[in-house]
Design a protein around this ligand. Structure first.
Ligand SMILES: NC(=O)c1ccc[n+]([C@@H]2O[C@H](COP(=O)([O-])OP(=O)(O)OC[C@H]3O[C@@H](n4cnc5c(N)ncnc54)[C@H](OP(=O)(O)O)[C@@H]3O)[C@@H](O)[C@H]2O)c1
Length: 278
């Protein structure tokens, strides 16, 4: 393990800084092939979720890969309909069965469901104590949500996985998480492919002789985050991992910071839907 490729979480476990996203990766061979291609390209970290309906394909690829399970880092997430104490315990067992593995490296509460997130967190603490999940964390949590969890349980998540890219630069949340030693995982780091042709990004990419995707991934790495680009395309999977051999200068980092327009491509925890997503 090199320091360049891994960060150490507040529970002492290491996490690879670039992971393959799998949201909207079709269940079946599409996900299976993408995960195998990523492992062959050097990725050691895969991000899935109960809600993506592809845990079993991720598990199949992980078991078929020529890399030992202990060298891989698998994240999955507790979906809203399973939130609560007992239901979370049971949901974890089911995810483990679908993934066909003995432990999950990182288990996340997918969404801060108001009525149930605290009970879910109580189950997560137990799952970690039992060794079924090596690390536990949350996703889409606001600063207030994190404060509530800390006040109630005193055990902070290792990770908060949130939407993060230069067009949605959540500086205050990043600074709070840095202060609390919670690593931010940047989801939709490629802006869900909605800004690849944006002229200011293209200009910076040209200056660096890198692709817009590589610049977006590298920006998040240099801001101290773990990054989760998704692709099912083998060439893009390789492209998105070729981000360890260059550095973005301070002045270009600042120009990227300035792209912020609070552009949310996914769901917004500060403006949640009137119903709980299920
Ligand atoms: N916790 C949460 O609530 C949450 C929410 C959203 C996402 N996530 C996680 O974060 C991951 C990434 O986010 P995301 O899937 O929303 O979006 P993303 O990674 O920002 O973008 C994915 C899109 O970019 C395309 N793409 C990938 N590499 C590219 C490249 N080099 N050049 C041009 N286009 C490229 C992909 O198409 P192809 O596949 O065709 O290459 C896909 O359409 C998810 O897959 C999931 O694991 C978590």
């Amino acid at each position: 393990m090199t320091d360049q490729l891994y960060k150490t979480m507040n529970d002492g476990h290491k996490i690879p800084v670039v992971g393959l996203g799998t949201w909207k990766s079709e269940p079946g061979d599409s996900t299976y092939n993408a995960v195998l291609a990523s492992i062959n390209a050097g990725y050691r970290h895969i991000d899935t979720a109960r809600a993506y309906d592809n845990e079993s394909d991720v598990g199949r690829a992980v078991n078929d890969a020529e890399v030992p399970r202990d060298d891989l880092f698998i994240t999955t997430k507790l979906w809203n309909k399973d939130q609560g104490y007992q239901t979370a315990l049971e949901a974890c067992e089911k995810s483990l069965a679908r993934l066909d593995c003995d432990y999950i490296d990182l288990y996340l509460i997918h969404w801060p469901l108001k009525e149930l997130r605290n009970d879910s967190w109580r189950a997560f603490i137990e799952l970690q104590e039992k060794g079924l999940c090596k690390s536990i964390g949350v996703s889409n949590f606001t600063i207030d949500n994190l404060k509530e969890l800390e006040a109630k349980y005193g055990i902070l998540p290792a990770i908060n996985q949130v939407e993060f890219h230069p067009y949605h630069y959540q500086k205050e949340l990043l600074e709070y998480c840095n202060f609390k030693n919670i690593i931010i995982e940047a989801y939709s780091p490629l802006v869900h492919a909605k800004r690849m042709d944006e002229p200011r990004l293209v200009a910076i990419s040209d200056e660096l002789s890198k692709t817009p995707a590589q610049v977006l991934i590298r920006w998040a790495m240099q801001r101290g985050m773990v990054v989760l680009p998704k692709s099912v395309n083998q060439n893009r999977i390789i492209e998105n991992f070729a981000v360890f051999d260059f550095e973005i200068s301070d002045s270009l980092m600042k120009r990227l910071d300035d792209l912020d327009e609070r552009f949310v491509t996914c769901w917004d925890p500060h403006n949640p839907p009137p119903y709980a997503p299920v």
